[in-house]
Design a protein around this ligand. Structure first.
Ligand SMILES: Cc1cc2nc3c(=O)[nH]c(=O)nc-3n(C[C@H](O)[C@H](O)[C@H](O)COP(=O)(O)OP(=O)(O)OC[C@H]3O[C@@H](n4cnc5c(N)ncnc54)[C@H](O)[C@@H]3O)c2cc1C
Length: 503
């Protein structure tokens, strides 16, 4: 057996959210053993968007040992209990995708099956959203603390934050743990003539930075993974045709801070509304095939709640992913690795899952191909599962008022998603749930919200006594409604817990 030849230095190229998340996580986990250098260029800057997250971000912050109240003050964060979707199924229709669980238990269990059984007997016990504490609280602007047991264990939340401030916060954290930051513009990438591995990056001023392992966090440019290593890209825009975005922050119009993201389907795409402590993030994600930039800007400006705080920031992207996230001695994270539009706020999560997997598959200097392949397969699966979840929103719609929606509702979808829809429609079951990043609760909320209603239920539930189930549902609704009403508003919750920034 051979002893591994350990990595001695990591070079992170780019200092956006991806670069500083990677720096912080590696410093925390590996900083005692190897050197970590991050190169970034203020001249180029960062993409400057990305404000909504999903619940696993809490695990990332906990792994770093961040204090939640401090983190929230520093990044002007608010809580996000889920996403409120407007006009996605039909104009005028809305539904909520909650991060917490339906029912009274911390796992979905038989909740949906029992609900289906009662409905199938002709008793209208109200929509499933009546049994989601997260939904009930969110729609009243309330916030509470999730617990390990009891009904508050059904609660779930993530954050809205200022991604620029998050990167700066993590920069201070990383530098305290010894990460070396180099300011400079990378002009050239040097590769080993024999292995093709990246040997060093050269700055415009001539400085050369060598490393064993390179993390490409250079954003859409993909300096190493794309420009130097020419790693191919899987283009998914035939399933997800949006390819542009326009972001524009505005002031809050009132005192309330909604604890959820709003997503409104529009003629050529959809618009986000993300309340932070100090402002509201807005943006229109649209398809240049189905609408033009001027119409998009008019739509965006007409639909912001308060005074605009900046001119629109225009972005272009191609939905898809690198054929290899890890190629030779380069691992791409963040926008350098691919992009799936922010409908379910998954990009920052994919950075986190890439970092976690890299720690699980940490290489030595031989860069064993089997280990690299294992990493790529696992990360590919995450991308594909998220891709399917996003396509579901576009495909399962009844809208036919504009060309975009007529295209997406009639397009062919991946087999994996078609199978999931079919299995759910038959009896409310979840196909391949163990591989999923999104929980059955999330799939259920979006499938039903988008009009995919199970035709039947699990036959084993047919043995349950209907009267008992009906009484149970009535009590549950009453209990959850009272609990939600008793929670403080999000603003009060932030104030009571020392989470509001002074300014
Ligand atoms: C419209 C839109 C909305 C989004 N919304 C969300 C959201 O709500 N939630 C979410 O999770 N994600 C969202 N994202 C994704 C999110 O913005 C990114 O995943 C995240 O910001 C990570 O970006 P990054 O660090 O990969 O790239 P960037 O922020 O672009 O950073 C790239 C870094 O590389 C450096 N660099 C590049 N070239 C050079 C060079 N030659 N020399 C030196 N340095 C260089 C730059 O200076 C910069 O530091 C959104 C993305 C878009 C486009």
């Amino acid at each position: 057996m051979q002893s591994p030849d350990p990595i001695r230095s990591i070079v992170i190229v780019g200092g956006g959210t991806a670069g500083w998340m990677a720096a912080a996580a590696f410093a925390r986990n590996l900083g005692r053993h190897l050197s970590i250098t991050l190169v970034e260029s203020e001249d180029i800057g960062t993409v400057g968007v990305g404000e909504a997250t999903i619940p696993p971000i809490k695990l990332f912050n906990a792994m770093l040992g961040l204090d939640e109240a401090e983190f929230m003050r520093e990044t002007r964060a608010t809580y996000k209990l889920g996403i409120r979707f407007h006009d996605w199924l039909n104009l005028g229709h809305e539904y909520f995708h909650p991060f917490g669980v339906y029912g009274l238990k911390p796992e979905l269990g038989h909740f949906l099956q029992f609900w289906l059984r009662v409905q199938a007997q002709g008793h209208d016990i109200g929509p499933v959203s009546d049994y989601s504490l997260c939904t009930l609280a969110a729609l009243q602007g309330k916030m509470g603390r999730q617990t390990d047991d009891g009904v508050m264990a059904t609660f779930g939340s993530a954050y809205h934050f200022d991604a620029g401030l998050y990167a700066r916060y993590l920069r201070r954290y990383s530098e305290r743990l010894g990460v070396i930051r180099i300011e400079g513009l990378i002009a050239d990438v040097e590769q080993h003539p024999e292995t093709g591995n990246v040997k060093s990056v050269r700055l415009k001023d001539g400085r050369e930075i060598e490393g064993d392992l390179f993390i490409d966090c250079s954003g859409f440019r993909g300096l190493l993974i794309k420009q130097a290593l020419k790693t191919g890209y899987d283009d998914w825009s035939h399933w997800l045709p949006c390819d542009r975005a326009m972001a524009m922050p505005c002031a809050h119009a009132g005192a309330d801070i909604n604890p959820y993201t709003s997503s409104t389907a529009r003629e050529g795409g959809w618009q986000w509304h993300i309340p932070l402590q100090h402002r509201v993030g807005n943006g229109y994600v649209y398809s240049s095939r189905f609408t033009d930039d001027d119409s998009a800007e008019t739509t965006l400006r007409a639909n912001v709640e308060g005074e605009a705080l900046a001119e629109p920031n225009r972005l272009r992207f191609v939905t898809g992913r690198r054929k290899k996230f890890w190629n030779r001695n380069v691992v791409a994270l963040g926008l350098a690795s691919g992009f799936i539009e922010p409908l379910e706020s998954t990009s920052i999560h994919l950075i986190q899952s890439g970092i976690n997997k890299l720690l699980l598959h940490f290489p030595d200097r031989s860069f064993a191909p089997a280990n690299i392949e294992a990493y790529n397969r696992r990360q590919h699966l995450d991308y594909e599962r998220i891709r399917d979840f996003i396509i579901l929103h576009y495909h399962a719609t009844a809208r036919d008022d504009s060309a975009l929606w007529r295209y997406t509702r009639t397009m062919e979808i991946p087999d994996t998603l078609a199978h999931k829809i079919e299995v759910f429609r038959e009896r409310g079951a979840f196909a391949n749930a163990a591989e999923e990043m999104f929980t059955p609760t999330s799939w259920m909320a979006v499938l039903m919200g988008q009009g995919v209603i199970p035709q039947s239920h699990d036959p084993l539930v047919a043995y349950e006594d209907i009267a008992t189930l009906r009484t149970g549902f009535a009590r549950m609704k009453d209990h959850l409604t009272r609990l939600a009403a008793d929670l403080p508003s999000q603003r009060d919750y932030l104030r009571q817990n020392g989470m509001l920034a002074m300014s």
